[in-house]
Design a protein around this ligand. Structure first.
Ligand SMILES: Nc1ncnc2c1ncn2[C@@H]1O[C@H](COP(=O)(O)OP(=O)(O)OP(=O)(O)O)[C@@H](O)[C@H]1O
Ligand SMILES: [Mg+2]
Length: 476
Protein backbone atom coordinates (compact mmCIF):
# COMPACT_ATOMS: atom_id res chain seq x y z
CA UNK A 1 0.00 0.00 0.00
CA UNK A 2 1.47 3.35 -1.01
CA UNK A 3 1.96 6.04 1.56
CA UNK A 4 -0.53 8.87 1.61
CA UNK A 5 0.93 11.98 0.02
CA UNK A 6 0.66 15.11 2.08
CA UNK A 7 0.87 18.59 0.61
CA UNK A 8 0.20 21.80 2.37
CA UNK A 9 -1.68 24.79 1.07
CA UNK A 10 -0.21 28.20 0.44
CA UNK A 11 -1.27 31.32 2.17
CA UNK A 12 -2.23 33.41 -0.88
CA UNK A 13 -5.61 31.74 -1.12
CA UNK A 14 -6.37 32.14 2.57
CA UNK A 15 -5.79 35.85 2.42
CA UNK A 16 -8.85 37.72 3.66
CA UNK A 17 -9.30 39.39 0.30
CA UNK A 18 -10.00 36.15 -1.56
CA UNK A 19 -13.70 36.10 -0.92
CA UNK A 20 -14.03 39.79 -1.71
CA UNK A 21 -12.32 39.01 -5.00
CA UNK A 22 -14.81 36.26 -5.84
CA UNK A 23 -18.01 37.61 -4.28
CA UNK A 24 -19.38 39.64 -7.22
CA UNK A 25 -18.61 36.80 -9.64
CA UNK A 26 -20.20 34.09 -7.53
CA UNK A 27 -23.33 36.14 -6.86
CA UNK A 28 -23.98 36.13 -10.55
CA UNK A 29 -22.72 32.65 -11.46
CA UNK A 30 -23.82 30.42 -8.57
CA UNK A 31 -27.62 30.94 -8.80
CA UNK A 32 -27.46 29.98 -12.49
CA UNK A 33 -26.07 26.53 -11.76
CA UNK A 34 -28.46 23.59 -12.10
CA UNK A 35 -27.32 22.25 -8.72
CA UNK A 36 -27.87 25.49 -6.82
CA UNK A 37 -30.51 24.59 -4.24
CA UNK A 38 -31.58 28.09 -3.21
CA UNK A 39 -33.24 29.22 -6.45
CA UNK A 40 -35.67 32.10 -6.16
CA UNK A 41 -34.00 33.74 -3.18
CA UNK A 42 -31.27 36.37 -3.59
CA UNK A 43 -27.75 35.60 -2.42
CA UNK A 44 -26.75 38.33 -0.02
CA UNK A 45 -23.21 37.21 0.76
CA UNK A 46 -20.76 34.36 1.16
CA UNK A 47 -18.61 32.95 3.90
CA UNK A 48 -15.72 30.53 3.52
CA UNK A 49 -15.96 27.15 5.21
CA UNK A 50 -12.74 25.83 3.72
CA UNK A 51 -10.25 26.95 1.10
CA UNK A 52 -7.50 24.83 -0.41
CA UNK A 53 -4.99 25.87 -3.01
CA UNK A 54 -4.74 22.54 -4.85
CA UNK A 55 -2.50 24.06 -7.53
CA UNK A 56 -0.67 27.28 -6.61
CA UNK A 57 -2.27 30.48 -7.80
CA UNK A 58 1.04 31.90 -8.89
CA UNK A 59 1.48 29.20 -11.53
CA UNK A 60 0.18 29.08 -15.12
CA UNK A 61 -2.88 27.19 -13.92
CA UNK A 62 -4.11 27.68 -10.36
CA UNK A 63 -6.73 25.44 -8.79
CA UNK A 64 -8.79 26.48 -5.79
CA UNK A 65 -11.05 24.15 -3.87
CA UNK A 66 -13.68 26.03 -1.90
CA UNK A 67 -16.44 25.13 0.47
CA UNK A 68 -18.46 28.28 0.56
CA UNK A 69 -21.68 29.16 2.32
CA UNK A 70 -24.18 31.17 0.29
CA UNK A 71 -26.24 33.39 2.58
CA UNK A 72 -29.84 33.82 1.54
CA UNK A 73 -32.56 35.53 3.55
CA UNK A 74 -35.51 33.31 4.35
CA UNK A 75 -38.76 34.07 2.62
CA UNK A 76 -41.39 33.68 5.35
CA UNK A 77 -44.09 32.45 2.94
CA UNK A 78 -41.90 29.68 1.57
CA UNK A 79 -43.01 26.27 2.77
CA UNK A 80 -39.94 24.48 1.34
CA UNK A 81 -37.34 23.52 3.95
CA UNK A 82 -35.31 26.59 4.74
CA UNK A 83 -31.58 26.50 4.13
CA UNK A 84 -30.47 29.96 5.20
CA UNK A 85 -26.84 29.32 4.21
CA UNK A 86 -26.22 26.20 2.16
CA UNK A 87 -22.61 25.12 1.75
CA UNK A 88 -21.41 24.41 -1.79
CA UNK A 89 -18.33 22.70 -3.15
CA UNK A 90 -16.59 24.72 -5.88
CA UNK A 91 -13.52 23.93 -7.93
CA UNK A 92 -12.22 27.09 -9.51
CA UNK A 93 -9.53 27.25 -12.14
CA UNK A 94 -7.43 30.41 -12.25
CA UNK A 95 -5.53 31.42 -15.37
CA UNK A 96 -4.30 34.65 -16.91
CA UNK A 97 -6.39 34.06 -20.00
CA UNK A 98 -8.82 31.33 -20.88
CA UNK A 99 -8.19 29.20 -23.96
CA UNK A 100 -11.17 29.47 -26.38
CA UNK A 101 -12.36 25.90 -25.75
CA UNK A 102 -12.88 26.75 -22.08
CA UNK A 103 -14.94 29.90 -22.79
CA UNK A 104 -18.25 28.26 -21.70
CA UNK A 105 -16.65 27.59 -18.29
CA UNK A 106 -15.90 31.26 -17.59
CA UNK A 107 -17.02 32.54 -14.20
CA UNK A 108 -15.49 36.01 -14.47
CA UNK A 109 -12.59 38.41 -14.05
CA UNK A 110 -12.05 39.59 -10.47
CA UNK A 111 -11.21 43.27 -10.22
CA UNK A 112 -9.90 43.31 -6.65
CA UNK A 113 -8.10 41.14 -4.10
CA UNK A 114 -5.52 38.44 -4.75
CA UNK A 115 -7.22 37.30 -7.99
CA UNK A 116 -7.45 40.79 -9.56
CA UNK A 117 -6.58 40.70 -13.26
CA UNK A 118 -6.88 36.92 -13.51
CA UNK A 119 -9.57 34.74 -15.09
CA UNK A 120 -11.65 32.45 -12.88
CA UNK A 121 -13.55 29.51 -14.37
CA UNK A 122 -15.33 26.27 -13.52
CA UNK A 123 -12.35 23.93 -13.34
CA UNK A 124 -14.23 20.68 -13.99
CA UNK A 125 -14.47 21.57 -17.71
CA UNK A 126 -10.69 21.55 -17.91
CA UNK A 127 -8.94 18.16 -18.26
CA UNK A 128 -5.88 19.26 -16.29
CA UNK A 129 -7.64 19.92 -12.95
CA UNK A 130 -9.72 16.77 -13.54
CA UNK A 131 -6.44 14.84 -13.89
CA UNK A 132 -5.20 16.39 -10.65
CA UNK A 133 -8.24 15.03 -8.78
CA UNK A 134 -7.73 11.50 -10.12
CA UNK A 135 -4.03 11.66 -9.34
CA UNK A 136 -4.79 12.79 -5.78
CA UNK A 137 -7.10 9.77 -5.38
CA UNK A 138 -4.45 7.44 -6.78
CA UNK A 139 -1.87 8.85 -4.39
CA UNK A 140 -4.22 9.06 -1.39
CA UNK A 141 -3.15 12.66 -1.10
CA UNK A 142 -3.83 14.98 1.80
CA UNK A 143 -4.01 18.53 0.50
CA UNK A 144 -4.84 21.08 3.16
CA UNK A 145 -8.12 19.94 4.69
CA UNK A 146 -8.87 17.61 1.77
CA UNK A 147 -8.29 13.91 2.17
CA UNK A 148 -8.34 11.61 -0.86
CA UNK A 149 -8.89 7.94 -0.08
CA UNK A 150 -9.11 4.83 -2.19
CA UNK A 151 -9.75 1.10 -2.18
CA UNK A 152 -6.31 -0.31 -2.92
CA UNK A 153 -7.87 -3.51 -4.28
CA UNK A 154 -9.13 -1.59 -7.33
CA UNK A 155 -6.58 -0.50 -9.88
CA UNK A 156 -6.90 3.13 -10.95
CA UNK A 157 -4.79 3.81 -14.01
CA UNK A 158 -3.20 7.22 -14.31
CA UNK A 159 -3.82 7.72 -18.03
CA UNK A 160 -7.61 7.83 -18.06
CA UNK A 161 -8.94 10.76 -20.08
CA UNK A 162 -11.52 12.83 -18.18
CA UNK A 163 -14.75 14.34 -19.45
CA UNK A 164 -17.40 16.28 -17.60
CA UNK A 165 -20.89 14.79 -17.71
CA UNK A 166 -23.12 17.47 -19.22
CA UNK A 167 -26.50 15.89 -18.40
CA UNK A 168 -28.62 17.79 -15.90
CA UNK A 169 -28.00 16.54 -12.39
CA UNK A 170 -27.95 17.89 -8.88
CA UNK A 171 -24.23 17.18 -8.47
CA UNK A 172 -21.35 17.17 -10.98
CA UNK A 173 -19.71 14.06 -12.40
CA UNK A 174 -16.49 13.41 -14.27
CA UNK A 175 -16.05 10.24 -16.31
CA UNK A 176 -12.47 8.98 -16.61
CA UNK A 177 -11.80 6.94 -19.74
CA UNK A 178 -15.19 5.22 -19.51
CA UNK A 179 -13.66 3.35 -16.55
CA UNK A 180 -14.59 5.40 -13.50
CA UNK A 181 -17.09 8.11 -12.66
CA UNK A 182 -16.31 10.69 -9.97
CA UNK A 183 -19.41 12.25 -8.49
CA UNK A 184 -18.57 15.52 -6.78
CA UNK A 185 -21.32 16.50 -4.39
CA UNK A 186 -22.35 20.12 -4.73
CA UNK A 187 -24.43 20.92 -1.65
CA UNK A 188 -22.28 19.74 1.22
CA UNK A 189 -23.72 18.77 4.56
CA UNK A 190 -21.74 17.79 7.65
CA UNK A 191 -21.49 14.14 8.52
CA UNK A 192 -21.57 10.69 7.00
CA UNK A 193 -23.22 10.80 3.58
CA UNK A 194 -25.21 7.71 2.60
CA UNK A 195 -24.02 8.12 -1.01
CA UNK A 196 -20.65 6.84 0.23
CA UNK A 197 -21.72 4.97 3.36
CA UNK A 198 -24.18 2.59 1.69
CA UNK A 199 -22.14 1.64 -1.40
CA UNK A 200 -19.15 0.97 0.90
CA UNK A 201 -21.30 -1.21 3.18
CA UNK A 202 -22.71 -3.07 0.16
CA UNK A 203 -19.23 -3.61 -1.26
CA UNK A 204 -18.13 -5.10 2.09
CA UNK A 205 -21.10 -7.49 1.84
CA UNK A 206 -20.02 -8.49 -1.65
CA UNK A 207 -23.21 -7.11 -3.21
CA UNK A 208 -22.44 -6.55 -6.89
CA UNK A 209 -25.65 -4.59 -7.58
CA UNK A 210 -23.98 -1.31 -6.67
CA UNK A 211 -20.70 -0.09 -8.20
CA UNK A 212 -18.16 -0.42 -5.36
CA UNK A 213 -16.47 2.86 -4.40
CA UNK A 214 -12.90 2.91 -5.71
CA UNK A 215 -12.05 6.23 -4.09
CA UNK A 216 -13.60 9.04 -2.11
CA UNK A 217 -12.86 12.64 -1.20
CA UNK A 218 -13.33 13.91 2.34
CA UNK A 219 -12.79 17.20 4.15
CA UNK A 220 -11.46 17.18 7.71
CA UNK A 221 -12.38 20.66 8.81
CA UNK A 222 -10.31 22.21 11.57
CA UNK A 223 -13.39 24.13 12.74
CA UNK A 224 -15.61 21.05 12.90
CA UNK A 225 -14.35 18.13 15.00
CA UNK A 226 -17.25 15.89 13.89
CA UNK A 227 -17.21 13.30 11.11
CA UNK A 228 -15.40 14.34 7.93
CA UNK A 229 -17.56 15.89 5.23
CA UNK A 230 -18.04 13.69 2.17
CA UNK A 231 -17.20 15.63 -1.00
CA UNK A 232 -17.07 13.00 -3.73
CA UNK A 233 -17.13 9.32 -4.64
CA UNK A 234 -15.29 7.52 -7.46
CA UNK A 235 -17.06 4.41 -8.74
CA UNK A 236 -16.59 2.04 -11.67
CA UNK A 237 -18.34 3.45 -14.74
CA UNK A 238 -20.95 1.07 -16.15
CA UNK A 239 -20.09 1.41 -19.79
CA UNK A 240 -22.99 1.32 -22.24
CA UNK A 241 -25.57 1.19 -19.44
CA UNK A 242 -28.96 2.86 -19.84
CA UNK A 243 -31.09 4.14 -17.04
CA UNK A 244 -34.37 2.46 -16.28
CA UNK A 245 -36.45 5.53 -17.08
CA UNK A 246 -35.05 5.86 -20.62
CA UNK A 247 -35.36 2.12 -21.19
CA UNK A 248 -38.95 2.05 -19.99
CA UNK A 249 -39.91 4.95 -22.25
CA UNK A 250 -38.20 3.30 -25.21
CA UNK A 251 -40.12 0.07 -24.69
CA UNK A 252 -43.36 1.98 -24.21
CA UNK A 253 -42.80 3.87 -27.45
CA UNK A 254 -42.43 0.55 -29.26
CA UNK A 255 -45.55 -0.77 -27.52
CA UNK A 256 -43.39 -3.38 -25.77
CA UNK A 257 -44.03 -4.95 -22.42
CA UNK A 258 -41.42 -4.14 -19.74
CA UNK A 259 -42.38 -6.72 -17.16
CA UNK A 260 -39.31 -8.94 -17.73
CA UNK A 261 -37.04 -5.99 -16.96
CA UNK A 262 -39.25 -4.99 -14.02
CA UNK A 263 -39.02 -8.50 -12.57
CA UNK A 264 -35.20 -8.40 -12.83
CA UNK A 265 -35.24 -4.99 -11.20
CA UNK A 266 -37.33 -6.38 -8.35
CA UNK A 267 -34.72 -9.08 -7.86
CA UNK A 268 -31.90 -6.51 -7.85
CA UNK A 269 -33.76 -4.38 -5.31
CA UNK A 270 -34.29 -7.35 -3.00
CA UNK A 271 -30.61 -8.28 -3.23
CA UNK A 272 -29.61 -4.75 -2.23
CA UNK A 273 -32.10 -4.69 0.63
CA UNK A 274 -30.93 -8.08 1.90
CA UNK A 275 -27.29 -6.99 1.81
CA UNK A 276 -28.10 -3.71 3.58
CA UNK A 277 -29.98 -5.62 6.27
CA UNK A 278 -26.90 -7.77 6.83
CA UNK A 279 -24.49 -4.83 6.76
CA UNK A 280 -26.21 -2.31 9.00
CA UNK A 281 -28.48 -2.50 12.04
CA UNK A 282 -32.14 -3.35 11.72
CA UNK A 283 -34.68 -2.02 14.20
CA UNK A 284 -38.23 -2.97 15.06
CA UNK A 285 -40.89 -0.33 14.63
CA UNK A 286 -43.66 -0.69 17.16
CA UNK A 287 -46.62 1.42 18.05
CA UNK A 288 -44.72 4.56 19.06
CA UNK A 289 -42.54 4.63 15.93
CA UNK A 290 -45.48 3.89 13.63
CA UNK A 291 -47.52 6.64 15.23
CA UNK A 292 -44.74 9.07 14.43
CA UNK A 293 -44.53 7.80 10.86
CA UNK A 294 -48.30 8.10 10.39
CA UNK A 295 -48.29 11.54 11.99
CA UNK A 296 -45.72 12.75 9.45
CA UNK A 297 -47.74 11.32 6.55
CA UNK A 298 -50.95 12.87 7.83
CA UNK A 299 -49.31 16.26 8.32
CA UNK A 300 -47.99 16.17 4.76
CA UNK A 301 -51.51 15.37 3.54
CA UNK A 302 -52.98 18.30 5.46
CA UNK A 303 -50.38 20.68 4.04
CA UNK A 304 -50.90 19.28 0.53
CA UNK A 305 -54.65 19.85 0.66
CA UNK A 306 -54.00 23.49 1.49
CA UNK A 307 -51.62 23.85 -1.45
CA UNK A 308 -53.71 21.84 -3.94
CA UNK A 309 -57.42 22.19 -3.08
CA UNK A 310 -58.42 19.62 -5.73
CA UNK A 311 -57.12 17.00 -3.27
CA UNK A 312 -59.86 17.88 -0.80
CA UNK A 313 -62.53 15.38 -1.96
CA UNK A 314 -59.98 12.58 -1.66
CA UNK A 315 -58.55 13.60 1.70
CA UNK A 316 -60.72 11.27 3.85
CA UNK A 317 -59.86 8.28 1.64
CA UNK A 318 -56.18 9.14 1.67
CA UNK A 319 -56.21 9.63 5.41
CA UNK A 320 -57.78 6.20 5.77
CA UNK A 321 -54.63 4.71 4.20
CA UNK A 322 -52.61 6.19 7.06
CA UNK A 323 -55.19 5.39 9.74
CA UNK A 324 -55.25 1.75 8.66
CA UNK A 325 -51.53 1.57 9.36
CA UNK A 326 -51.94 3.22 12.76
CA UNK A 327 -54.73 0.74 13.55
CA UNK A 328 -52.47 -2.24 12.82
CA UNK A 329 -49.78 -0.74 15.04
CA UNK A 330 -52.21 -0.18 17.87
CA UNK A 331 -53.28 -3.81 17.57
CA UNK A 332 -49.67 -4.77 18.28
CA UNK A 333 -48.26 -5.39 14.78
CA UNK A 334 -44.60 -4.49 14.38
CA UNK A 335 -42.45 -3.84 11.32
CA UNK A 336 -38.76 -4.26 10.59
CA UNK A 337 -36.86 -1.19 9.51
CA UNK A 338 -33.41 -1.14 7.96
CA UNK A 339 -31.24 1.12 5.82
CA UNK A 340 -32.78 1.52 2.37
CA UNK A 341 -32.03 3.45 -0.82
CA UNK A 342 -34.38 6.23 0.21
CA UNK A 343 -35.16 7.72 -3.22
CA UNK A 344 -35.67 4.75 -5.50
CA UNK A 345 -37.15 5.24 -8.95
CA UNK A 346 -36.43 4.09 -12.50
CA UNK A 347 -33.87 6.88 -13.01
CA UNK A 348 -31.71 5.44 -10.23
CA UNK A 349 -31.38 2.05 -11.93
CA UNK A 350 -28.82 1.32 -14.65
CA UNK A 351 -29.05 -1.71 -16.91
CA UNK A 352 -25.81 -2.91 -18.45
CA UNK A 353 -25.76 -4.17 -22.05
CA UNK A 354 -25.73 -7.72 -20.60
CA UNK A 355 -29.12 -6.99 -18.98
CA UNK A 356 -28.00 -6.84 -15.37
CA UNK A 357 -29.36 -4.04 -13.15
CA UNK A 358 -27.36 -1.82 -10.78
CA UNK A 359 -28.69 0.74 -8.34
CA UNK A 360 -27.01 4.13 -7.96
CA UNK A 361 -27.36 7.44 -6.11
CA UNK A 362 -27.84 6.49 -2.47
CA UNK A 363 -27.89 10.07 -1.18
CA UNK A 364 -31.60 9.77 -0.36
CA UNK A 365 -33.84 12.81 -0.63
CA UNK A 366 -31.34 15.68 -0.57
CA UNK A 367 -33.95 18.10 0.78
CA UNK A 368 -34.18 16.07 4.01
CA UNK A 369 -31.63 16.45 6.83
CA UNK A 370 -28.82 13.89 6.74
CA UNK A 371 -29.76 12.36 10.10
CA UNK A 372 -33.28 11.67 8.82
CA UNK A 373 -31.97 10.19 5.57
CA UNK A 374 -29.81 7.74 7.54
CA UNK A 375 -32.64 6.36 9.70
CA UNK A 376 -33.70 2.73 9.21
CA UNK A 377 -37.03 2.54 7.38
CA UNK A 378 -39.30 -0.24 6.10
CA UNK A 379 -38.17 -1.51 2.69
CA UNK A 380 -41.73 -0.88 1.46
CA UNK A 381 -40.76 2.76 1.08
CA UNK A 382 -38.30 1.94 -1.71
CA UNK A 383 -40.76 -0.48 -3.28
CA UNK A 384 -43.48 2.19 -3.27
CA UNK A 385 -41.06 4.60 -5.00
CA UNK A 386 -40.51 2.10 -7.82
CA UNK A 387 -44.20 1.31 -8.15
CA UNK A 388 -44.97 5.01 -8.56
CA UNK A 389 -42.17 5.28 -11.12
CA UNK A 390 -43.73 2.58 -13.34
CA UNK A 391 -46.98 4.51 -13.19
CA UNK A 392 -45.21 7.73 -14.23
CA UNK A 393 -43.44 6.03 -17.13
CA UNK A 394 -46.74 4.59 -18.39
CA UNK A 395 -48.25 8.07 -18.49
CA UNK A 396 -45.32 9.97 -19.90
CA UNK A 397 -45.52 8.46 -23.38
CA UNK A 398 -48.55 10.62 -23.97
CA UNK A 399 -47.37 13.58 -21.95
CA UNK A 400 -47.12 15.66 -25.11
CA UNK A 401 -50.84 15.25 -25.67
CA UNK A 402 -53.35 17.59 -24.08
CA UNK A 403 -53.23 15.57 -20.86
CA UNK A 404 -51.10 12.57 -19.96
CA UNK A 405 -53.02 9.31 -20.04
CA UNK A 406 -51.77 5.85 -19.18
CA UNK A 407 -50.98 3.04 -21.56
CA UNK A 408 -53.53 0.55 -20.23
CA UNK A 409 -52.14 -2.39 -18.29
CA UNK A 410 -48.47 -1.56 -18.82
CA UNK A 411 -47.80 -0.19 -15.35
CA UNK A 412 -49.87 -2.87 -13.62
CA UNK A 413 -47.87 -5.60 -15.35
CA UNK A 414 -44.58 -3.93 -14.34
CA UNK A 415 -45.73 -3.39 -10.78
CA UNK A 416 -46.77 -7.03 -10.38
CA UNK A 417 -43.59 -8.32 -12.02
CA UNK A 418 -41.41 -6.08 -9.85
CA UNK A 419 -43.03 -7.41 -6.66
CA UNK A 420 -42.72 -11.01 -7.91
CA UNK A 421 -39.03 -10.51 -8.72
CA UNK A 422 -38.52 -8.96 -5.31
CA UNK A 423 -40.03 -12.05 -3.65
CA UNK A 424 -38.12 -14.47 -5.90
CA UNK A 425 -34.80 -13.02 -4.75
CA UNK A 426 -35.54 -13.59 -1.09
CA UNK A 427 -37.34 -10.37 -0.20
CA UNK A 428 -40.74 -10.58 1.42
CA UNK A 429 -43.37 -10.05 -1.29
CA UNK A 430 -44.38 -6.40 -0.75
CA UNK A 431 -47.98 -7.31 -1.61
CA UNK A 432 -48.24 -9.36 1.57
CA UNK A 433 -48.30 -6.11 3.55
CA UNK A 434 -50.80 -4.09 1.50
CA UNK A 435 -51.58 -1.61 4.26
CA UNK A 436 -47.96 -0.51 4.61
CA UNK A 437 -47.46 -0.37 0.85
CA UNK A 438 -50.62 1.66 0.33
CA UNK A 439 -49.56 4.12 3.03
CA UNK A 440 -46.15 4.68 1.42
CA UNK A 441 -47.59 4.91 -2.09
CA UNK A 442 -50.16 7.39 -0.85
CA UNK A 443 -47.51 9.51 0.85
CA UNK A 444 -45.47 9.52 -2.36
CA UNK A 445 -48.43 10.34 -4.60
CA UNK A 446 -49.34 13.28 -2.35
CA UNK A 447 -45.77 14.57 -2.61
CA UNK A 448 -46.01 14.24 -6.41
CA UNK A 449 -49.30 16.15 -6.53
CA UNK A 450 -47.72 19.08 -4.70
CA UNK A 451 -44.61 18.94 -6.89
CA UNK A 452 -46.55 18.84 -10.15
CA UNK A 453 -48.97 21.56 -9.05
CA UNK A 454 -46.00 23.83 -8.37
CA UNK A 455 -43.72 22.94 -11.26
CA UNK A 456 -45.52 21.03 -14.04
CA UNK A 457 -49.28 21.55 -13.86
CA UNK A 458 -49.74 19.61 -17.13
CA UNK A 459 -48.58 16.52 -15.28
CA UNK A 460 -50.94 16.87 -12.33
CA UNK A 461 -53.35 14.26 -13.80
CA UNK A 462 -50.66 11.55 -13.36
CA UNK A 463 -50.46 11.58 -9.54
CA UNK A 464 -54.14 12.57 -9.32
CA UNK A 465 -55.05 9.29 -11.03
CA UNK A 466 -53.04 7.48 -8.36
CA UNK A 467 -54.70 9.55 -5.65
CA UNK A 468 -58.14 8.47 -6.88
CA UNK A 469 -57.07 4.82 -6.77
CA UNK A 470 -55.35 5.06 -3.40
CA UNK A 471 -58.25 6.92 -1.80
CA UNK A 472 -60.51 3.92 -2.31
CA UNK A 473 -61.25 2.23 1.01
CA UNK A 474 -59.79 -1.19 0.15
CA UNK A 475 -56.00 -1.58 -0.18
CA UNK A 476 -55.22 -1.79 -3.88
N1 LIG B 1 -21.48 4.00 -12.13
C1 LIG B 1 -22.06 4.61 -13.16
N2 LIG B 1 -21.90 4.14 -14.43
C2 LIG B 1 -22.46 4.75 -15.49
N3 LIG B 1 -23.18 5.87 -15.39
C3 LIG B 1 -23.39 6.39 -14.16
C4 LIG B 1 -22.85 5.79 -12.99
N4 LIG B 1 -23.20 6.52 -11.91
C5 LIG B 1 -23.95 7.54 -12.41
N5 LIG B 1 -24.06 7.47 -13.76
C6 LIG B 1 -24.79 8.40 -14.64
O1 LIG B 1 -24.77 9.68 -14.06
C7 LIG B 1 -26.12 10.12 -13.78
C8 LIG B 1 -26.16 10.91 -12.49
O2 LIG B 1 -25.73 10.09 -11.40
P1 LIG B 1 -26.31 10.31 -9.95
O3 LIG B 1 -27.78 10.02 -9.97
O4 LIG B 1 -25.49 9.53 -8.99
O5 LIG B 1 -26.05 11.86 -9.74
P2 LIG B 1 -26.97 12.96 -9.07
O6 LIG B 1 -26.24 14.24 -9.21
O7 LIG B 1 -27.37 12.54 -7.70
O8 LIG B 1 -28.22 12.96 -10.06
P3 LIG B 1 -29.74 13.41 -9.74
O9 LIG B 1 -29.75 14.89 -9.76
O10 LIG B 1 -30.48 12.81 -10.91
O11 LIG B 1 -30.14 12.84 -8.41
C9 LIG B 1 -26.94 8.84 -13.76
O12 LIG B 1 -28.28 9.05 -14.10
C10 LIG B 1 -26.23 7.98 -14.79
O13 LIG B 1 -26.67 8.32 -16.07
MG1 LIG C 1 -29.16 12.54 -6.61
Amino acid sequence: MSEAVTRSTHSASTSPGLLASLDPLLREWLPRQRWFAGKGRPVTGFSLVSVTEVLPLNSRLGLLHLLVRAHQPLVPTQSAPAHPADCYQLLLGVRETLPPHLAPALIGHPTQGPLAGLTVYEALHDPRPADVLLEALRERAHIGELRFERDMAQEIRGDLVPRLVTAEQSNSSLVYGDTFILKLLRRIVPGINPDLELPLALAREGCARVPAPAGWVLADLADDPGDPYVLGVLQPFLQGASDGWDLALRELAKGEDFSGAARALGRATAEVHTALARALPEVTMGRAQMELLVEGMTERLTAAVQTVPSLLPYAPGLRSAFDALADLASEGQTWTAQRIHGDLHLGQCLRSPSGSWSLIDFEGEPSKPLAERRLPQPTARDVAGMLRSFDYAAHSLRAGATAPSAVPGWADACRAAYCSGYAEAGGRDPRTDPVLLRAYETDKAIYEVVYEARHRPDWLPVPMAAVRRLALPEPS
